[in-house]
Ligand binder design. Sequence first.
Ligand SMILES: Cc1cc2nc3c(=O)[nH]c(=O)nc-3n(C[C@H](O)[C@H](O)[C@H](O)COP(=O)(O)OP(=O)(O)OC[C@H]3O[C@@H](n4cnc5c(N)ncnc54)[C@H](O)[C@@H]3O)c2cc1C
Length: 488
Amino acid sequence: MDPTSAQPHVVIVGGGIAGLAAAFFLRDEAVRVTLLEGSPRLGGKLSASEIAGVPVDEGAEALLVTRPEGTGLIAEAGLAADRVAPGPTSSAIWTLGALRPLPRRQFMGVPSDLAELARSGVLTEGGLARASRDLELPPTGRDGDVPVAGYVGARFGAEVVDRLVDPLLGGVYAGRSAELSFEATMPALAAASRQYRSLAEAAGSLLPALPPTPPPAPARPAVFTTLAGGLGVLPAFLAKASGAEIRTAAMARELAAQPGLGPRWRLMVGSAAAAEQVEADAVILAVPARPAGRLLAGLPGAAAAVTEFAEISYASMAIVTLAYPRSAFPGPGLTALGWSGYLVPAVDGRAVKAVTFSTVKWPHLASAAPGAEPLEIVRCSVGRVGEEALLQRDDGELAALAAAELAEATGVRGAAVASRVTRWGGALPQYTVGHLDRVARIRAAVASQPGLAVCGAAYDGVGVPACVATARAAASQVLAFLGSAPSA
Ligand SMILES: Cc1cc2nc3c(=O)[nH]c(=O)nc-3n(C[C@H](O)[C@H](O)[C@H](O)COP(=O)(O)OP(=O)(O)OC[C@H]3O[C@@H](n4cnc5c(N)ncnc54)[C@H](O)[C@@H]3O)c2cc1C
C-alpha cells in the first residue's frame, strides 16, 4: 500500500506561478498534493522560448526585488545562482514627438519634483502650470475609493494623468486610470495622501531620500532581477521540487462539497464526455476570476463570491518580440540611446503601449546571442483594456505595426531578423474602483467553505511576488484546516 495514501489530499487547480508556488510551499508537509493544469503547458503567464537563438520571456520577465516573496521563492527553489541583474535602467516616455526622460522622482507617475518634471519635457507649458497648482490647492477630499484619474487629475490636471500616470498604470495592469482604483493600485500613495495636502509631497514621502551627490547609474541598487534562462524557467523547477503529482491538460470543470466523513471535496476533471472524478480533503483555486467563479457556482454558500468574481474584468494583450542586428540602430546600438525602454501615452494614439529594450535591460541576453553580429532584442507590448480590435490583427500585421512605430521612435532601419508574437487573452485583472471591498467579500465567502482557499493575481497584486504571497497564505490556510479537521 502506498504509505502516502493515508495523508490528506490537497488538490491545487491552476498551474501558473500561484498554483505552483502553493504546491512548492506544501512540499515538506504531511499532505499528498495533486496540481491540475487545464492547458497542456505549465506556468500560466510565465513562459520563455527562443528568438534568434536566445531564450527570452514571452510573459512576465522582471521580478521586483523590493518585495521579498519572489526572490525568496527563487532562493528556496535553489535557483539563487541563476539570478541575473539588470543593466542601468532608465525609462523614457515617447510623447510630443520625442523620447523624453521619465522623471525619477515620481511614484507610479505621480510627480514629487515639479522642477524635474519641467526639465523632462513630458508636459506642455500649460500642463506644467496646471500641475504646479497641486502645491497650492486646498486638500482634495474623497469619500471611499475613487478612480486614479479622478483624484490625481484633481490635484495635477489632465496632462499628468494622461502622459505619466496612465502609461505607468498601463504598463502594470494594461488598464486605464479612469477606471482603476486609487486604493487598490496605489495603496501606499492613497494612505500617504491622507497625511499631506499636496499629492506631490505625499509621493515624495514614499521615495528614498536623495543622496547629496547622486551615485552613478550602475551603483544604484537594482529594483528588478530575473533568471538567466528567463522567469519562464521557474515553473518547471517548482513543479519538480514540489514533489506534487502534476497533471497538465487536466481542466477542472466542477467543484462540489461532499457530505459525510470521507474527503470533503469532489472535482470533475477533463472533458464532459470523459470526465474523471477527483476527491480532495482540501482545494486551492489558483485560477483567474472567471474560472474561479465557475467552479464556485456549484457551492450553495459561495454565491457572494461568484457575483464578485464576475465583476473582475481582464485586459488582453500581445507581446511582439523583435530581434535586429545591432548595426540596424543608429550609432553604436540601443545602449547609446540611454534608455532601457519607453512608455507611450494612450492619448498619443499609438498601438504599442510600452517597449523594453531587452538587451539593454538584461545585458546577459546580448552576450547570449549566437553569431558574429551582436543582436538587439526589443519587446513591444500591445493592447490596453478596450483595445481588443487591435488584437484581432494577424501576427504579421501586429509585428509590422510594432516595427514601424519602433522605427519612428528609435530610428532603427531595415527589417527585424526574427519576430515572435505572443498573445495573452485575459492577461491582467483590472483592479477597478471598489476592488479591495470586492476581494474582502470573496475572501469572506471562501472562508465559509471549510478546506477551500484561493490565490493568484486576482486578489492583492498582479506582480509575481504578490501572487507568491497569496500562494503562501493559501497553503497555510489549508494546512490549518487539515490540522484542525477531525480525522475521517
Ligand atoms: C505579458 C505579461 C507580462 C507580465 N510581466 C510581469 C513582470 O515582468 N513581472 C511581474 O511580476 N508580473 C508580470 N506580469 C503579471 C504576472 O505574470 C501574472 O499576474 C502572474 O503570473 C499570474 O499568475 P497566476 O498563477 O495568478 O495566474 P496564471 O498565470 O493565469 O495561471 C493560472 C493557470 O490556471 C489555469 N487554469 C485556468 N482555469 C483552469 C481550470 N478550470 N482547471 C485547471 N487549470 C485552469 C490556466 O491555464 C493557467 O495556467 C505579466 C503578465 C503578463 C500577461
